[in-house]
Design a protein around this ligand. Structure first.
Ligand code: NAD
Length: 511
């Protein structure tokens, strides 16, 4: 049995944790308000964290501004070396941090470890990147001129993160932002503040060992901090991960001051199951996608769009597979499905089922909130499956819970239209062994999502690719490929080494 108190001790978590940290400096706030973190696993209180005030926010911002002046002057490969050490520190803490993720958020232990592995992977990626950060060289139209572009850091990057990836989302942002020369201020979800406190302790040790100033990595706890960041001109970039509803508020506020935002918002992801699919593989992809993290991934599979010829067969296989799911303590590796984040999430799940039934959803696997000793937190629910039509209001929304919708199709054109026929555009997949179908799905006339997979489910992305989605998913990209450009400002430079001053476009201007 996992010893949670030793995990907390190893990670530096106290009974009452300070409201903010600028690195090694942790400060108790004058605020008496605290956030108590309860585990959805067993309903027990884990620890508390103070809530930051406006004064605390100012202290953090001042330190961050000072730190930026120092950090941007450090060569990028040197910054990369700090990120390399951070990756090593994460390797050492992987078991403890992964366990805390599982206990505070409720995802399975394997997924908790996987989340920390993602942090390690993005550090490795960022280290390599720190010797790249390439700009282009262009040919000038003027003789004896050179033209090129370079990428500069932006300044303070504000990171606002969701509860469901309580540690990895921060690392996706920070690892890149740091090698790019930015300093970061993190406001984590108030539902998982202890994971954030643990991460801050891990990076703080690395910064201290390298004698680096306060302010390179800061943490601020409390919901009000999000709004302070949105409206703060000292933050040129806000990277927001969360719901479309809050994301819309963030993006409007940040755009109103001409700031930049990276938005990673809700998804409504579908898998198209062709009649030419490998059905066994499709079952695994669909079930893991729908019930993994109890349906609380932005890339969770919410809809299956199934060809009419195999619809009944596939539905029966799916119902059978759902019958084998073991729901319970996520720290027990025997279980497939853990709890939802809190009882409010369980209420939302119940409401969605009711709403669906009113609209005509037919449940082939019934849902319900589980009760009894091992489910005493009130957060455990039954993954369920319903036959629906794509236009139902409830199907058009993202319900952050393990509810899977089945939809029937005749032609691939129709399936693609159904898959695209929702407001969100994050992840999508087709299961088919037919090359023509796969290519049509990936073409410009195919999926309209930021992620489109063939013979893989919608959930679980690698850090090497750019991650993000279109439409109401917000349009942001994080992680791999050239997502680093989102954390830098581009500057175009023209240098004249002639002894005349020719103007562009051949314009004559004689004095
Ligand atoms: P949420 O929108 O409720 O909260 C996200 C964050 O916003 C939290 O830190 C919260 O405290 C903060 N916040 C609240 N009000 C704010 C305000 N006015 N200004 C600034 N910040 C504010 O989301 P959640 O319930 O924590 O997470 C689930 C949602 O996140 C789902 O919709 C999921 O799809 C999405 N998500 C998206 C991605 C992605 O990469 N696309 C990844 C993970 C989660």
């Amino acid at each position: 049995k996992t010893n949670i108190s030793s995990v907390l001790k190893n990670l530096g978590i106290q009974e009452l944790n300070p409201a903010y940290s600028t690195g090694n400096h942790w400060a108790a706030s004058s605020n008496a308000k605290t956030i108590d973190s309860y585990s959805p696993v067993d309903g027990k209180k884990i620890a508390s964290v103070q809530v930051a005030t406006a004064d605390d926010y100012e202290t953090v911002m001042k330190k961050a501004e000072e730190a930026f002046v120092f950090w941007r002057g450090l060569p990028a490969p040197k910054r990369g070396d700090i990120v390399r050490q951070f990756g090593d520190a994460l390797r050492e803490s992987k078991e403890d941090l992964g366990t805390l993720v599982s206990y505070e958020m409720g995802k399975s232990l394997q997924e908790g470890f996987g989340e920390v592995q993602e942090m390690i992977d993005i550090c490795d990626f960022a280290v390599g990147l720190s010797r790249q950060l390439y700009g282009l060289t262009m040919h000038s139209e003027r003789p004896n001129h050179r033209m090129y572009e370079q990428w500069h850091p932006m300044g303070i990057v504000g990171i606002i993160s969701a509860f469901n990836f309580p540690v990895a989302v921060w690392a996706w942002n920070t690892a890149l932002a740091w090698v790019c020369g930015n300093v970061c201020v993190w406001k984590p979800s108030s539902k998982t503040p202890l994971c954030a406190v643990a991460c801050q302790h891990i990076i703080a040790k690395v910064l201290k060992a390298n004698d680096l100033p306060e302010g390179i990595s800061s943490l601020l706890i409390g919901n009000a901090v999000g709004d302070m960041m949105n409206n703060d001109k000292r933050i040129p970039l806000v990277s927001f991960t969360g719901s479309t509803r809050i994301g819309r508020m963030v993006s409007t506020a940040v755009a109103g001051r001409f700031g930049r935002s990276i938005l990673e918002l809700g998804g409504n992801n579908a898998i198209i199951i062709s009649k030419d699919a490998d059905l066994d593989m499709s079952i695994i992809g669909a079930v893991f996608g729908a019930v993994g993290t109890a349906g609380q991934r932005c890339t969770s599979t919410r809809r299956l769009i199934i060809h009419e010829d195999i619809y009944e067969d596939f539905k029966n296989k799916l119902v059978k597979a759902y019958g084998q799911l073991r729901i319970g303590d996520p720290l027990d590796q025997h279980n497939h499905v853990g709890p939802l984040i809190d009882v409010y999430a369980a209420d939302m799940y119940t409401d969605a089922i009711e709403k669906g039934k009113k609209e005509g959803a037919r449940f082939v696997v019934e849902g319900g909130v589980l009760s009894g000793d091992q489910y005493s937190s009130g957060c455990y629910v039954k993954p369920c499956v319903a036959e629906v039509e794509n236009h139902f209001d409830i199907v058009q929304e993202e319900t952050f819970a393990p509810i899977l919708y089945l939809i029937k199709y005749k032609t691939l054109d129709e399936a693609i239209a159904l898959q695209n026929g929702v407001p969100q555009g994050l992840s999508s997949a087709i299961m088919t062994l037919n090359l023509r179908e796969a290519e049509q799905f990936l073409s410009a006339a195919g999926s309209d999502c930021g992620i489109a997979n063939v013979n893989i489910g919608t959930s679980g992305a690698e850090i090497g690719g750019a991650f993000g989605g279109e439409k109401e998913t917000g349009g942001g990209r994080e992680s791999g490929s050239d997502a680093w450009k989102g954390y830098m400002r581009r500057q175009t430079n023209t240098i004249n080494y002639a002894n005349t001053l020719p103007l562009a476009q051949g314009i004559k201007f004689d004095l």
